[in-house]
Design a protein around this ligand. Sequence first.
Ligand code: NAD
Ligand code: MG
Length: 391
Amino acid sequence: MQKICLLGATGSIGQSTLDIIAQHPNKFSLECASAHSSVEKMADICRRFTPRRVVMGSEKTRDQLAVLCSDLAISFEWGEAALESIAADSNVDQVMAAIMGFAGLKPTLAGIRAQKRILLANKESLVTAGKLFMDEVAKYNVTLLPIDSEHNAIFQSLPQNLDGAHTQDVRKLLLTASGGPFRTWSVGDMQNVTPEQACKHPNWSMGQKISIDSATLMNKGLELIEACWLFNMSPADVSVVVHPESIIHSMVAYCDGSVISQMGNPDMKIPIAYGLTWPERISTQVADLNLFEIAQLNFEQPDLQRFPNLRLASDAWYMGGTAMAVLNAANEVAVAAFLNKQIGFLDIAQVNEKVLTSAEVVAVDSLETVFDADLYSRNLARDVISHGHFL
Ligand code: NAD
Ligand code: MG
C-alpha cells in the first residue's frame, strides 16, 4: 500500500490523481492532502478518502472545513509550514506535487528533503529553482518522476533512468505542443480574445493558469526549460513540434535515426498512473487509442512571431541564474491580470518581455535568491501593468 500526499488535491491534476487512487484502493491510500481555498471540494474529498491530515491556505478556510467535516477524524491545518510538514510526513511514501505555480516550490522541496518519491506536475517549481532543485534531488537520492505529459512521454521513451548514463545516444528531444486554441489565429484576431476563449483548450481539460499558458505557448516555454533540467539538455537539443491532435505526447530521437515516442489519448490519468506505479503499469480506464478514428497526425513548426513566449523561455534559459524565476513570476502576474481583464491576451507576452529584459539577473546560490527574484519580478510586472509600460 502506497501512502500518498496530494498537494493541490482540488485542482485538475488533483482530481485525476484521486480518480486513480479510487480505482485502486488496494494499492494507494490518500494520507495527506492540500487545497488553497476550495472548502466544499475539499470537504467532498475528505468524505470520500478520509486522509489523516489536510492543509488549507488560510485559518478561515481551515475552520470552515473543520466545521463541515467535524464528524471525521482528520487533522485540519493551514498555512505554508503545514504544507511543508505534510510533504515530509513520516507516513507518506509519495508526494504528488500538483499545486499551481511558484507556490508549489517550498512544499515540493520539503518532500525531496524528506526523501519521498516525487511526482512532479508543478513545473513552475523546477523552472524557477532549476539547478538547486535538481541538486537536492541528487543529494537526497530521490526518485523524481515527471507527470507533465510531454516529460512523462520522454521519460518513457528514454532508457530507464534519469541520471544521463545512456543519454549520449540521444540526439534530440522532440517536445510536442498542441498549439493551443489560437494556433491558426492571426495576431489581429488574438488581440481581443477573452479569458473564456483562451481557457477552452482543444484537447486537454486543465486549470485556468495552465490553460492560458497553453494559449500563449508559455506552457511550452516552461516545458522547454523543464525538459532541459530534467534530462540534462539545453534548448538547442530540444525541438518544439506543434502537433494539434495531442496523440504523440513527445519523442526522443537517437543517434542511429530511431525516434521513439509515447502515444495515447490526451488524459492526464495516464502519466499520473505511470508515476504512481513506475516501473510497473496499472489500468486507468482511459479509452483505448483508436488510430482509425484519429486517421491523421499533423506536425507544424511553432510560430515565434505570433507566440513570443516560447522565444522568451529559451532566452531565459541562456541568460541563466534567476532569469527563469523572473520570467515565471512576470508570467504568473500577467496571466492573473489577463484573467481579471486588466490586460489583453497579447499583453501577457509583452509584460513578460519587458520584465525579463529589464530585471537584474543574478546567479542562483540559495533558495533565498530565487524568492528575491520572484518577489522583485512580481512587483516589476505589476508596475509595468499599472503604468501600461508594455505598450
Ligand atoms: P488547478 O488550478 O486546477 O489546481 C491547482 C491546485 O493548487 C488547487 O488544488 C489549488 O487549491 C492549489 N493552489 C493554488 N494556488 C495555491 C497556493 N498559492 N498555495 C497552495 N495551493 C494552491 O491547476 P492544475 O491544472 O491542476 O495544475 C497544477 C500544476 O500541474 C501546475 O503547475 C500545472 O502547470 C501542472 N500541470 C497540469 C496539467 C493539467 O492537465 N492540468 C498538465 C501538466 C502539468
Ligand atoms: Mg504538458
